[in-house]
Design a protein around this ligand. Sequence first.
Ligand code: PLP
Length: 388
Amino acid sequence: MKLSSGRLYLDCNATTPLAGPVAEVLARAQEQAFGNASSTYLEGREARVALEDARGHVAALMGCRSDEVIFTGSATEANHLAVTSAARAAGHRRRVLISAIEHPAVYDQREALEGAGFKVEEIPVTPAGTVDLGRLEGLLAEDVALVCVMAAHNETGVLQPVDEVGRLCERHGAWFHCDAVQALGKVSSPWDSARPRTMAAAAHKLYGPKGAGALAVRRGTVISPVLVGGGQEGGRRSSTEAVPLAAAFGKACELALQSLGAMAGKAPLRDGMEDVLAGRWGAFIHGGSAPRLPNTSFFSLPGVPGLQVAQALDELGVAVSTGSACHAGQAVESRVLGRMGVPGELQGCALRVSLGRDTTSGHVEAFCSALAQALEKVAGNADYPGKA
Ligand code: PLP
């Protein structure tokens, strides 16, 4: 998408700007729904109405019932609430299975789980970037408390076989937690088909505000709060409700639900771009053989450092990311690509392009032209490894 600054923003899996109508709702709610939703006088009651209205829209996008939505401050918090609750409900079940490619918001809870006496095991992925169902089946047993598999991967965009994961978990009585942060707003919610007990969402990935997340909790599931205090959100997440953020999140979900068709229409743009990348520069598309989100392309241009290309593109007015293969400006080994068996030399060459709701074919063409310029610039750099 083109920003008002004129820059080409192609990193919509990292975050999205506020949609216009969402910004309007946020501004209005800051003024008109500022009351404490727990107060019984008029301003409180108005805030409560706005909050419950928003909950309905979030529930509609997630595919669950309104009373199954807990508002949180982020998707990271929602993931922590789910994992903590599952751990506290585990009883005699002492094993946890986490996919090898989970986002750090889930994956990095391993240590805390181990500290609490759980044996944490990784569910391997195939070279296509899909959770290996055969291996999961082999790992599942009656002592597994929790299984974490995301719905769609933030870097590769690969859609995970969560329906099958859900069936396997149900058969073994394990709590299935699904991080659906990247899937929601891009493809339909897996809530009904995969039947996770808990599912996480983030507003800012779907043109909503930062600082707003949600956890869907299937009826009958006991949640152990991480934040205790005032007993808000049915005692499951204390802290005065952020009504304006929730209202904006609700509007973003309403728009996202209406835009699923438009998002599906991004796949041909993405595929056309990948044809150019592969044909012109020999790009290797990570997860290219698996079903993917319609907006995501994660690829390596052999021999060309991804970080340098991303920096050159930035100078040319184009924002793309290196996935998580780069932290604080340093190229590091990618856990995700490593687990997919991608050789180290290709890992450092990775770039992620994630299209937005408003990305056009013209934007994709502009990206390809900018990439050609960026590659020329990188080839002229003294420290470019391919330079003679
Ligand atoms: N899960 C996935 C799949 C994500 O892509 C992200 C954000 O990149 C998160 C969780 C965490 O979201 P946040 O940093 O907004 O809490």
